[in-house]
Every structure is written in C-alpha cells, then in structure tokens.
Design a binder for this molecule. Structure first.
Ligand SMILES: [Zn+2]
Length: 482
C-alpha cells in the first residue's frame, strides 16, 4: 500500500470528491453512493459497483475488499489509483495499472485487457468519447468566476461540482483536456452588456478605461488562482507545445495563461516580462474597451467591426515586444483598424481565439470575409465562439440555439480558412452559451453534431485540439526568429 503523508492525504481528499463523481457515472454506481477517504489515504466506498475479477488482479489497490464500516460490495483503493482509472476513461484508452513506484504500465497502441466488463457497463461505454474528440479550447473565463467565488483561498472548488461552465468533473465528462485561461478585468461601472444584447438591435457603449493599478491587482489575483490550480493538481501551465501534447494525455487540464486586455501592462512592459516568467504566452491587446494600446470593438448589432482608430505607437511597440517574446497575439475584441495594424506589424500568424463568421451573424465582434482572408493568408486560425449572440443570425443573446447553428459557422470558417484554420473558442464562463451545450460537459453534443454532419475523424481531431497545437508550434517558435 502507498504511504501517504497527512498533507497529501488532505489533498487527495479534496481531489477525490470530484473524481469520485465521475467514476460513479462511468461505472454506474447508484446515485446515493458515498465515498470516504480515510486517514491512511484509503478510499472506501459503499457503492454497489459493477465489479469483475480482472479488477482484482490488475488493480490490487483498487479492488481490495472493504472490511470496515461499509457494505460487502464496496471497494477500496488509493485516490491515486482511482485517478488513473478516471484518466483512462476520459481518454477512452485501456485502463492502466499503476506500478508501485507510481509509473504507468501502459504501452502505446495497446487495446487489450481493458478490465471494465462491457456487458455490465453498456450505458457508460456509449457515453465515452473517442480520443479524437479531446478538446483543447481557445478561450475560457473560469479564472474570473473563481475570483468572484473567493479567489485563491477557495480555488479548490474547481475540483468539485460547481455552477461554473468548467470544473474538473464537467471537464472529465466533456472530454475537455485544456485551453486558454483568460485573465480579465471587469469594468467598475460597466453596462450589463449581456442583458442589453438580448434586444433585436443594440449598441452597447464602450466602458471607460480601467486604471493600470486596478487592472494589475486583478490580473495578479487571477494568475495566482491558476498557479493554485496547478499546485492542487488540476492544471499544468504549459509554455511549449511539447508540454501541451504531453498534458493532453494526462489527468490534468493543459492550461495556457492568457491576458484578455492589456490595461495591466505598463508601457515599459515590466509587467509583461514578469507575467511571461509566470507562464503568460497569449495576449489580447484589448477587451471591448479602450486602452493605451488599441481600441476594442463595441458589442453592436448589426454592425461592421470598422469602429474607431487603430493601434497607438505604444500598441505597435507591444505587438513587436510580443513577437520578440514569442507570445501569441489574440485579435478577438479588436476593432477593424487595430486588426489591420496587427496584420501589418506582427510577424506571427493572425489569430482570433473566440470569434465567429460575420457573414452569418453580422455582429461587430465577428470576423468579416476580408478579415478571414487575412487570417488565412497569414497561416492563422479562428476559434468558434459559443456565445449565443455571436452564433445566431439575429445577434440576440438568447440561448435557444440549435447545435446545427454552430455547425453552420464551422462550415463557413472551414471554407474560408481551410481545415487547418479552425478550432474551438468556447467562451465558457464568459458568455451565455446555447442550452444544447450548457457547459463543458456538453462538448460531446457538438462533436456528435460534427460526426452527423459528415466531418471525418481527422477533421474533428483538428478542430477539437490539433489545430491549436499546430498554430502554437508556428507561433511560439517564432521567438527564435527574433
Ligand atoms: Zn472575450
């Protein structure tokens, strides 16, 4: 048996609550099942589990019969073993025994000896998504949600069920394997733009600029939350494609630290350098708000994105600085003049992490055909935004949106950008998304719609994660180009 220190036991206890819920669903435990992690780090469950003999031999830690205080059909094991099982089910790979030293015994390509008895798990087998559908997502705002819920002190809530779009249990159910985690600063006296966008037409005024000091405090708080999520084993902050690739096959979410709006960046770029050292690898010059660097595009429908001036001299300097550091520049929320300036001055592929097709939904936040053409010419890409207002033809932030509407945007973007130019950029925890998806656990609904629409495995794999990795490979490597 593994010896687990009290500190690690405590960490496992927290982690375990969320993992157990996912395991319960995978293995078909009764809804009233309970899980307890005792002081030795030993999991005991009182569930009526669909168990079979192969578990006993392959997972001795897991399958040891429970002898104390639980029903005879319960199971016992370390949280570590349980985590391996959950990882394996999330990626639809064979369940992998853990060696005593903590390494795994899996061999790539092996498809035999999956110990779950499929006859007793028919319902859960169908719920699993194939590896090709692992999602690496272009944009989420869960750090803002976690800050509002108490910040670093309560970040462990992410390990359990929450009312956020993303938490560990939902990510496991939805095959969400990682994404860009945005740091974002709310406007102190901002409009309720999401409510205003329910109207048939709207023109939400741009909020006032946010002072640098105020923004920096928020950004540091959100970066600290992501560091905390890494400490408790939920994410790994990735700064290379190699790390991303490895992390996609692990039980942690692969996280890219992203800054959505540069109010926190001083013109000497000291904050940029420090955040870079903390893992920052993606920057949007603006949110929909003016900064010293550029002008954001307002939430306006119907409207062209051609509103306001382009980059300032400091904005051009920031683009060059990001190029030098190998930081990806995100064009979502930038107005047309700013977009064109980045296209002129940046050496990197052009990227809009969470924007849709203006030809389908003529919202100022969406990309016109000319913008898509510029992105294509640069070898860049676009992540499909799930925000209802940017999907619907009528531009209204109403969540009654059929999944086929998301496919329409994907079709259009693929036609405009090619199959290597399209990914997902959900805006989870930052927008009102279609009821049919609801949260990150609903991602398989979109994947299934892609399959039914005729997208092949290779294209689905590209859209779901591969294109983001390839794009970052082209972008982050650009640092060495100086
Ligand atoms: Zn955004």
């Amino acid at each position: 048996m593994l010896l687990i220190s009290p500190v690690r036991t405590h960490r496992f206890r927290i982690l375990f609550r969320s993992l157990y819920r996912s395991l319960s669903e995978e293995l078909g435990l009764a809804p009233h099942s309970r899980a307890v992690l005792n002081d030795n780090g030993l999991y005991t469950g009182s569930a009526d589990l669909h168990w079979n003999n192969s578990f006993d031999s392959q997972y001795p830690g897991l399958a040891a019969p429970v002898t104390r205080g639980v029903t005879p059909k319960g199971v016992a094991g370390t949280a570590r073993n349980i985590a391996v099982v959950l990882h394996s089910t999330r990626t639809a790979q064979p369940l992998t025994p853990m060696n005593p030293d903590g390494t795994r015994t899996d061999t790539p390509g092996s498809t035999e000896s999956a110990p779950v008895d499929s006859s007793s798990n028919a319902g859960t087998q169908a719920a699993r998504s194939p590896h090709k559908a692992l999602v690496f997502d272009g944009h989420n705002d869960v750090l803002t949600k976690l800050m509002g819920a108490g910040g670093v002190k309560t970040a462990e809530a992410f390990l359990s069920d929450t009312d956020f779009h993303i938490d560990m249990p939902k990510a496991a159910r939805g095959n969400l394997a990682g994404g860009f985690f945005a740091m974002w600063v709310a406007s102190p006296a901002g409009h309720d733009y999401q409510a205003m966008m329910k109207q048939a037409q709207y023109d939400v005024p741009l909020p006032d600029p946010v002072p640098h000091d105020d923004a920096l405090a928020v950004v540091l708080a959100q970066a600290a939350i992501l560091l905390r999520l890494q400490d408790i084993g939920a994410v790994r902050i990735c700064t290379s494609v190699d790390e991303l690739d490895k992390c996609l096959g692990s039980d942690r979410l692969a996280a890219i630290l992203h800054l959505e709006g540069c109010e926190a960046i001083d013109p000497d770029f000291h904050a940029l350098d420090v955040l870079y050292a903390a893992g920052l690898r993606s920057v949007g010059l603006v949110w929909s708000r003016p900064t010293r660097y550029a002008a954001g595009v307002p939430f306006r429908y119907p409207s062209s994105p051609d509103i306001g001036a382009g980059l300032t001299d400091q904005g051009i300097a920031l683009v060059r600085r990001c190029n030098d550091l190998g930081i990806m520049i995100d064009l979502s929320h930038l107005n047309l003049a700013g977009f064109n300036d980045v296209a002129r001055y940046s050496r990197h592929p052009l990227v809009a992490t969470h924007s849709n097709a203006h030809a389908i939904c003529p919202h100022a936040r969406n990309l016109t055909d000319a913008q898509l053409e510029a992105i294509r010419a640069s070898g860049g890409m676009v992540g499909l935004n799930f925000a209802s207002a940017f999907l619907r033809d009528d531009g209204r932030m109403i969540t009654d949106v059929p999944v086929v509407q998301m496919i329409r945007h994907l079709d259009y973007l693929i036609e405009a950008l090619g199959e290597s130019g399209v990914g997902l950029g959900s805006d989870f925890d930052g927008a009102r998304i279609p009821d049919v998806i609801a949260d990150s656990a609903g991602l398989p609904v979109l994947v299934q719609a892609m399959q039914e629409h005729g997208y092949g495995d290779a294209l689905i794999s590209r859209i779901c994660h591969r294109n983001w990795l390839d794009l970052l490979n082209r972008t982050w490597h650009a640092k060495s180009a100086g």
